[in-house]
Design a binder for this molecule. Structure first.
Ligand code: ADP
Ligand code: MG
Length: 388
């Protein structure tokens, strides 16, 4: 698929943007703080209804517009898929009047797909994208929660049932934690847990199984990708670390995973009651990255972690193609500046077989001239984009 047209109103520093995009590579050049990341983030938001970094939703609305009587931000995309076109639209409005630079007004999201009002779950999966920015180094060296969020976004984009299961799981988890605290305080009886155990296992087993499948597929793709990016120096392995034991997972079917989940949950009963907290389930999973058998979260250099994150994202684009039959849009935010010339070269070679790629940079000199000759070039300055 590719993004044909992007339209933004009052989104971050874009007061008004109408941008046509080609189906191949586009390079956006601009100095710092001109709107390069915001451009790619707007596409990320249209795909997943979230920003890739943590930003309060009211900060998505342009500051000047936020002072108006009826402030709003609008994002819209026309996408071309193999068989059809689609038009996506998100309008953000504060529920109550918002003061300059934002008070605590919560934001309402109005979503339309082809002009028809939809829920968030119906939008996700329409526009598939993979975004890579220098911050993604945290995927390797950061907290497990960062990796779980990554697994959730990746799976949700290709599998609506995963998205529903994870929404259900989070609800069940918070109910169950609430109950565990009440039991610890002798306000509820332990047998009330049985119902929530079953609900936790039902929603959780599907998530575990899909995470396992996805990681196995990503591993197969990341292996040759990382070989290419590291110039044959490093053998990368992705390793799923579920909080349930791995026995049930080897069978690869839902009933076995449910059984394994139940078994581990039963064994953790006393610990959970003592802590007043759910200790078993996908919310405690992790994903490990091994290079030549060493854990790169702990032992990787920054350069190694960065290259692994890049291998992972490039593999994810191929994974999406395999799952959905469509290439996702690949968004590369200012990634060349952090790579040495050799890896830069490997990266540019690797993406030449991808479809639509949007790359931002402060400096065009980082690209070989043959590469630039084939790409569409744009200049970004102060929230405006012009062909260059
Ligand atoms: N809600 C907003 N309204 C107006 N400007 C914003 C808003 N949020 C962020 N900005 C500004 O947008 C500018 C561009 O940010 P960014 O896209 O991250 O720049 P870069 O080109 O360095 O990637 C920054 O100066 C930032 O302060
Ligand atoms: Mg930036």
């Amino acid at each position: 698929m590719y993004l044909q047209h992007l339209s933004l109103t009052n989104f971050r520093n874009y007061v008004r943007l109408e941008l046509d995009l080609p189906p191949h590579v586009s390079v956006f050049q601009g100095a710092n703080a001109q709107g390069k990341s915001n451009l790619l983030e707007s596409i990320c938001f249209l795909a997943t209804i979230r920003f890739s970094r943590t930003v309060a939703e009211r900060e998505l609305i342009n500051w000047e517009a936020a002072g108006e009587k009826l402030p709003f931000a609008r994002l819209s995309a026309n996408i071309q898929k193999a068989e059809r076109k689609a038009q996506l639209e998100i309008i953000l409005r504060p529920r109550s009047a918002m003061h300059h630079q934002g008070t605590l007004a919560t934001i309402q999201k109005h979503i339309r797909v082809n002009g028809v009002a939809r829920r968030a779950v119906d939008l996700i999966g329409q526009l598939n994208m993979v975004m890579f920015s220098p911050r993604d180094i945290d995927l390797i060296g950061g907290e497990p929660a960062t990796r779980r969020r990554y697994l959730d976004i990746t799976n949700s984009q290709v599998d609506p049932q995963y998205l529903r299961a994870s929404q259900r799981y989070n609800k069940v988890l918070s109910q169950r934690n609430h109950l565990l605290r009440r039991i610890a305080a002798c306000q509820s009886r332990p047998n009330e847990l049985l119902f929530w155990d079953q609900e936790l296992v039902k929603a959780g087993a599907y998530i575990i199984l899909q995470r396992q499948r996805t990681i196995a597929e990503l591993n197969d793709l990341a292996n040759p990708m990382h070989d290419q990016l590291s110039g044959g120096q490093e053998k990368l392995t992705l390793q799923y670390r579920p909080s349930i034991d791995k026995e049930g997972l080897e069978m690869g079917a839902l009933p076995e995973v449910e059984q394994a989940f139940n078994r581990v949950l039963g064994a953790a009963r006393q610990r959970e009651l003592a802590r007043g907290l759910s200790l078993i389930g996908p919310h405690r999973d992790d994903l490990g990255f091994l290079v030549n058998e060493m854990d790169m979260g702990t032992y990787g250099s920054r350069g190694q972690q960065r290259t692994i994150a890049l291998s992972l994202k490039l593999s994810e684009a191929r994974f999406m193609l395999m799952r959905t039959g469509e290439w996702p849009v690949l968004l590369l935010d200012d990634v060349l500046s952090e790579l040495d010339p050799e890896r830069r070269q490997h990266l540019l070679e690797a993406i030449s077989s991808y479809r639509q790629v949007l790359i931002t940079t402060t400096d065009l000199d980082r690209f070989p001239s043959e590469f630039l000759a084939r790409a569409e070039k744009f200049r970004i300055a102060d929230g405006r984009i012009e062909p260059a």
